[in-house]
Design a protein around this ligand. Structure first.
Ligand SMILES: O=C(O)c1ccccc1N[C@@H]1O[C@H](COP(=O)(O)O)[C@@H](O)[C@H]1O
Length: 217
């Protein structure tokens, strides 16, 4: 889970190679994300995830990104013993999030798709059901993926939002805008995927390092 410290937390998401996992760790990422969703260009199988996470020290969180996962998929991932949290990035209800947390005894993050202030207000339904809320941009109806598309939302919508569950910001973050995003929202955690890629699914070591520097500056 996100620790209650003033240090900014950085999540580099969609990692699929040892060299980019290494870059994220060297850059100071506090959280590493692994997408398990076959439609994604960042998809990693459970065995691959286990191998990628093996050299990661315990103080760095390992988060699986999932879209409406079945219990079968969750059981397979749980068996890797490689994860410290599950990020639910589909249409999981508060009841489903709570049930996953209880059955798999692991912190659950819920991605909240945001277009308007009403979307942020509606996130309170997950208070007590999810351990962490990740605000991300709403992708267009019929889009191939529910995230990882480099889309951002109006960050000012988060100003003054009464959030009682720990939270973070994602969606369209990159080297050139992450500092502004932190300034506007006060986000305690920033999450990036496509903003540190050279092509969809291809993470760039240089961009990961630059993002970590920009976020921490
Ligand atoms: O990255 C993916 O392919 C993905 C697939 C399915 C659900 C979520 C996905 N990515 C997550 O989306 C946010 C924002 O990404 P971006 O920085 O805008 O590219 C991030 O949490 C990714 O983990």
């Amino acid at each position: 889970m996100l620790q209650s410290t003033s240090r900014l937390a950085i999540k580099i998401c969609g990692l699929s190679t040892p060299d980019t996992v290494g870059a994220a760790m060297r850059g100071g990422a506090t959280h590493l994300g692994f997408v398990h969703f076959p439609k994604s260009p960042r998809h990693v199988e459970a065995d691959q995830l286990r191998a990628l996470a093996a050299p990661v020290p315990a103080h760095i969180e390992r988060v699986a990104v999932l879209v409406d996962p079945s219990d079968e998929i969750l059981t397979e991932l749980s068996a890797t013993q490689a994860l410290t949290a599950l990020q639910l990035h589909g249409k999981e209800s508060p009841e489903r999030a709570a049930a996953i947390r209880q059955r798999f005894t692991i912190p659950v993050w819920k991605a909240i798709s945001v277009k308007t202030r009403a979307d942020i207000d509606a996130a309170k339904a997950y208070n007590g059901a999810a351990d962490f809320l990740l605000f991300d941009a709403k992708t267009p109806e019929g889009a191939a993926l529910p995230g990882g598309m480099g889309l951002r939302f109006d960050w000012t919508l988060l100003r003054g939002a009464p959030l009682s569950t720990p939270w973070g910001l994602s969606g369209g973050l990159g080297i050139d805008n992450v500092a502004e995003a932190i300034r506007i929202t006060g986000a305690p955690l920033v999450d990036v995927s496509s903003g540190v890629e050279s092509a969809p699914g291809i993470k760039s070591v240089d961009k990961i390092m630059a993002f970590c520097n920009a976020a921490s500056s």
